[in-house]
Design a protein around this ligand. Structure first.
Ligand SMILES: Nc1ncnc2c1ncn2[C@@H]1O[C@H](COP(=O)(O)OP(=O)(O)OP(=O)(O)O)[C@@H](O)[C@H]1O
Ligand SMILES: [Mg+2]
Length: 244
């Protein structure tokens, strides 16, 4: 079943057509990569999916609902989460408290009190910190974590909300090759409960973790399909050899 269906999405900034009739279908519990040269429209598309801005034309169907004109809050409440290129943790709070705040902002106080209790919440947070190799940094101020660990913390802050669909815009930007490889390993287990749409420039990395890829070029879909098909695509090869 498709958790996300994008049909004919267009977005214009002044005279620039950043997205021109994008069609993409993302299957549930898959990792779907979005690649393409700089300025091809990847971040613009993620923002239209998350509601950070609205498509001028076309529809965005998420989990069977037409969310094209729904607020970002509505989308988030229904299980759609976006992590941008820029980290947005709270540097003055501990790693643990960043996760706590993320859960609290996604639930009503009433549901927290009735369903979890403090010990249940604590267990949930510690398990997530362990999953993202942050357990021994629980009390460290988030601002003192390395860049790579800050990225992992931010992904953990999204994952603990158990989103149905998680959008990641260049989550490994600025990471060392070793951190990048480890990020792939950390993400794979979440496929059981979450679908991922992920933007990346490192083609080897994205091919390793994704099931399907969509290639954007100048606001249009150049090609899409399983990773093996895109690897063989002459159109994609041409764009990457001439423009990247
Ligand atoms: N808010 C905006 N106002 C005007 N133009 C914008 C805006 N956001 C993006 N653009 C333009 O839209 C086009 C697509 O930008 P976008 O950021 O989506 O590309 P991208 O594929 O994410 O690129 P990169 O790989 O560099 O992150 C670019 O030409 C960009 O300059
Ligand atoms: Mg971008």
């Amino acid at each position: 079943m498709a958790i996300l269906e994008i049909k004919g999405v267009c977005k214009q900034f002044g005279s620039l057509r950043a997205l021109e009739g994008i069609d993409i279908s993302v299957e549930q519990n898959t990792f779907h990569g979005l690649i393409g040269p700089n300025g091809s429209g990847k971040s613009t598309l993620l923002k239209a999916i998350a509601g950070d801005h609205y498509a001028d034309e076309g529809t965005v169907i998420f989990d069977g609902m037409d969310i094209t004109e729904r607020s970002p809050e509505f989308r988030a409440k229904n299980g759609l989460n976006l992590k941008f290129q820029i980290t947005s943790i709270f540097p003055e709070l501990s790693t643990y408290d960043n996760i706590l705040l993320s859960i609290q902002s996604s639930q009503t106080i009433w549901s927290l009190v009735t369903s979890k209790g403090k010990s249940g919440l604590d267990k949930n947070i510690m398990e997530t910190l362990e999953q993202f190799k942050l357990a021994d940094r629980a009390e460290t101020l988030a601002g003192e974590l390395s860049h790579g660990l800050q990225q992992w913390l931010e992904i953990a802050m999204s994952v603990i909300r158990k989103p149905k669909l998680l959008l990641l815009d260049e989550p490994t930007g600025g990471m060392s090759p070793e951190e990048r490889r480890a990020t792939g390993e950390l993400l794979l287990p979440i496929k059981k409960e979450t679908t991922l749409v992920i933007v990346e420039h490192d083609l080897d990395w994205i091919k390793e973790i994704c099931d399907n890829l969509t290639v954007l070029d100048q606001g249009k879909v150049l090609d899409d399909g399983p990773v093996e098909k895109i690897e063989r695509s002459e159109r994609v090869k041409e764009v990457y050899t001439t423009r990247v």
